[in-house]
Design a protein around this ligand. Sequence first.
Ligand SMILES: Nc1nc2c(ncn2[C@@H]2O[C@H](COP(=O)(O)OP(=O)(O)OP(=O)(O)O)[C@@H](O)[C@H]2O)c(=O)[nH]1
Ligand SMILES: [Mg+2]
Length: 444
Amino acid sequence: MKKKKENTFFGLSTPQGRSATATIRISGEKTRTALHRLTSGKIKNPKHRKSTVLNIYNKNNNLIDNVVVVFFEGPNSYTGDDLVEIHTHGNPIIINRVYNTLLDFGLRIAEPGEFTRSAYLNNKIDLIQAESILSLINSNTKEGVNLSLNNISGTLSAKTVQMRMDIISALGFVEYELDISETDTHKNTIVKTHKSVKKLLLETKELISTAKYARLKTVGARVVIYGKPNVGKSTLFNSLLNYERSIVTNIAGTTRDTIEEPSTVGNHSVVFIDTAGIRTTKNPIEKLGVVRAQEKIDEADLSIQIITKLTETVTKKTKNNLTVLNKTDLLNEAQLNNLKTNKNIIFVSAKNKSGFPTLLKHINQKLDLKTQNKSEHQITSLRQEQSLKKIQKELKEALENKENNLEIIAHHLGGAIKEFDNLLGKTSPDDILESVFSNFCVGK
Ligand SMILES: Nc1nc2c(ncn2[C@@H]2O[C@H](COP(=O)(O)OP(=O)(O)OP(=O)(O)O)[C@@H](O)[C@H]2O)c(=O)[nH]1
Ligand SMILES: [Mg+2]
């Protein structure tokens, strides 16, 4: 399924806008020619990894900028093809000029993720490593960065390669048995195969279980704020963010849509979600808001229920829920001290931010618990999780076929191997590749 596009492409690999320098990369077979023309003939035979400071020119020989170019000769480049990095001054006008010149030279603008895709197509990296590059770029936490770096270096790939080899050898026993078809060795083969499939199932299960940690570490935890109308959810949301993001009024039912904003708590990256107050209502818009709120609560990593009176229904304290009693500024000291005997509730005033250190400490503790993971290997994408679930299903079916039919076992082991090939990107269908690389930005 690995196909190579022949043409040469380029892209800006640093963010748009003004900066001290910006980097444009060119990759493909016309890289040398483009470099030769861009430097007005100054660089004829570029040397691998050599950097040169010089002027670059457009097709009419007008100066574009004074730049640093670094050439990488394929296959010893990021993409595996000839590649050049051009470090210009970080002005969008200069970048535009380089773009127009390279288009004039017959090169094309890279598609999202095409540099990494080339690296994959040239067998420099597998699909897991490609995804790890994406998660490295997008990680919002230190741990996420470390995890992604680890996976780029190939530790997760090595683990999956080893698991794939184990299935291949299990399938080898089964096929040998099928070939010789002797009944007296049959039972031995079944016992042996069951043993290795069981071990593989455990390993698969452990990898699948790491999916949620990786998401929390890279993208961040989703923390939803919910409760009845007017309890101060939006006020709390705004106070946590330190700016007036949500509209606050004293009218019950102010917030309709869900509102999401990223933030950090301790070492954790979080997305706080403000929701519509939950009540039965005839208003069709508010009704939709309540449905959305419920969906966000269901999918959240942590939910914070806001109440203003103890008599309000309090969700049972679970691992994923905190209960916060708001508007404590309206209570006198005696009333508050009386309420504070309830240790399961955090007392705050969203209006004047009292009780916030305790609230943040609790959120931090909950997220600490959720991100603690001792697994040596961790997966980082939904695709990896889904692929491993398919492998798990095949392995289970191989194990659970009651008659211990060797042909059925062989069929499911074969299915699992095929899925491992997809996971590593050995034989991934084009639509899978498309969805992996389209998540990258142009220039990556
Ligand atoms: N005294 C006091 N008033 C508060 C506090 N928090 C919020 N309020 C007030 O309560 C009213 C409702 O606040 P919101 O933040 O809009 O409440 P909400 O839960 O988002 O309400 P809906 O969006 O309608 O569900 C506003 O008048 C706020 O000023 C607080 O800590 N103390
Ligand atoms: Mg609100």
